[in-house]
Design a protein around this ligand. Structure first.
Ligand code: GRF
Length: 205
């Protein structure tokens, strides 16, 4: 089977990226991690990339003050490494228009809730889990979706449910959801790699 050529963009922990890299390396996922880009020079994601021997780059508004040039440089880097599918794994910036054009329907993101609930601008990290608990939800989940110009609004590719326990705090819920994300992101990518999920067709649903 042809291997999916993956590029990652991550801002902080990079634990989802790590789960995917591990799945590539142990043969569960027919894919190759080719490059990691982070906007945060001391992110754990960059550390993890270095440890895994994956070329890693720090590109942000400091390295490229012009937003269009930053966007172009990110695309250039991804192309230089032959990336076919871009994975946003905790990337806290909006992707620019050149990225959206160059990788139309080939950028995916993971969100720690059941979109369209509890998503959008400002809904990231612990805020998502706080909102889930404040809304009295008895279940939350994970959404993998295509990326477009609006936060968390691209077509939904796959979702899975995670229970909310009566005793949960945002912190305990975050731990349960993140652990499931690591499995679910890999499961979803296995389906993309095998053709069971077709991102181009997905977009037209
Ligand atoms: C995850 O919860 C993901 O859903 C969200 O950002 C977090 C990233 O965590 N988009 P990590 O960097 O993969 O550890």
């Amino acid at each position: 089977m042809k291997k999916l050529k993956l590029g990652f963009m991550a801002s902080h922990g990079g634990s989802n990226m790590q789960a995917i890299v591990d799945a590539c390396r142990d043969g569960r996922l027919q894919a190759e991690p080719l490059v990691v880009i982070s906007n945060n020079h001391d992110s754990q994601a960059l550390e993890r990339a270095k440890k895994a021997g994956i070329p890693a780059f720090h590109l942000n508004a400091k390295t490229h003050p012009d937003p269009d040039l930053l966007d172009d440089s990110i695309v250039e880097k991804l192309k230089e490494y032959g990336v076919e599918l871009v994975i946003l794994a905790g990337y806290m910036r909006k992707v620019g228009n050149s990225m959206l054009d160059a990788y139309k329907n080939r950028i995916i993101n993971i969100h720690p809730a059941l979109l369209p609930k509890h998503g959008g601008n400002g809904m990231y990290g612990m805020r998502v889990h706080e909102a889930v608990i404040a809304a009295g939800e008895i279940e939350t989940g994970i959404t993998v979706h295509l990326v477009n110009e609006d936060y968390d609004e691209g077509s939904i590719i796959a979702q899975c449910r995670v229970p909310v326990m009566p005793s949960d705090t945002p912190q305990t819920l975050a731990v349960r959801v993140l652990a499931r994300e690591h499995q679910f992101f890999v499961e979803t990518l296995i389906q993309i790699a095998s053709g069971a999920i077709n991102l181009q067709a997905q977009h037209q649903l």
